[in-house]
Design a protein around this ligand. Sequence first.
Ligand code: PMP
Length: 417
Amino acid sequence: MDTTVFETHESAIRGYCRNFPTVFESASGARQVDEDGKSYLDFFAGAGVLNFGHNNPRMKDALIEFIQADGVAHSLDTYTTTKRDFISRFQEVILEPRGMDHRMQFMGPTGSNAVEAAMKLARRATGRREIVAFSHGFHGMTLGSLAATANDAFRQWAGVPLDNILRLPFESAPGGRTAIAEYAAALKDPSSGLLPPAAFLVEPIQAEGGVNVASASWLHEVQDLAHEVGALLIFDDIQAGIGRTGSYFSFDGMGLDPDIITLAKGLGGFGTPIAMNLNKPEVDDHWAPGAHTGTFRGQGLSFVAGTVALDYFTDESFLADVLAKGEVMRERLTRIASAHRDDGWEVRGRGMIQGLDTGDGAFAKKLQQECFDRGLLIGPCGSGGRVIKLIPPLIIPDEELAEGLDLLEQAIDATVK
Ligand code: PMP
């Protein structure tokens, strides 16, 4: 294989590529094959983009049919049958069964677009500036979303102050359990000089931040404070949503009622880009049509594949299967972690997003390399990259899941030695 590209195409090859130093050529389900014919199990899945697998056959058929029928592939400022089908199917499958009256707004191709728009709308709707975000949170790399992202290594590239954000510790971080109550008290104390925020921006499960799972009670505490001070509650479900936890939203079944939900990644189903916000009507009303525009806000191919993706959520056995596979992952990781109890290894997650906290970024990096050599793609996350995050496609067959977990275990044994 010609790997000189990794030395010569400095600007084109990003960090991720350096961690997976090969050139991939084809992919199917949970497998990717490089141009030398080596096969890899994908437990990274585009950081949650490929929930339904690479080249999902149902979506592929629908896309081929759409292209053959000369469907409208791009629909800026126009309405199309594919856009209409996606909207009505989403309402039918996701919103109506939950009694949600949120409006669907297409924000652009990527997650940061959704977060930017959510922050902008919250500020517009409340007339306030500050947004409360949380330690270890990841919301994107564009200036607004980067301001809300906690990671200093990413923030240092901004070149301008990233302001109008107040960062509180996430529930699992030191001080996180009392932070909301303390902030509430400070807001009520005029001498604190604090003004009420426009919104609280939360990942119910922090993915990039180290697979940190917020409890329902903590999320309710945030929601209660938001209601009390007239701020909006924004849930960023871009990575943990779309079935990843065994339900459509990562916060399903907890009795929570966010004002804005940001979705992207797996929403387009096929890896086709689309970002969408679900806005409560009374919030959404603060934007006139055309107040927030963008060229790629809803793309025909994404609507077609995304509509097929919604079919999975009408099938109870699909979500039960996600939970069962999540349990298999959890059990295996728990067994691995207990063998490394003295090193403080810990397992966190829900459904098919599971993280193994090894407490050591250098070790996790070596482990990622060892996994890669053995044909398993995994991505580290969390502080210093010390958490191994497992997010295989939700449709991975049981045997491939077991095979990937075996590879991980073998790679750990080889790396620890
Ligand atoms: N929010 C969350 C929770 C994410 O995980 C990501 C991407 N990792 C983003 C926002 C930003 O999405 P994008 O990279 O598509 O802009």
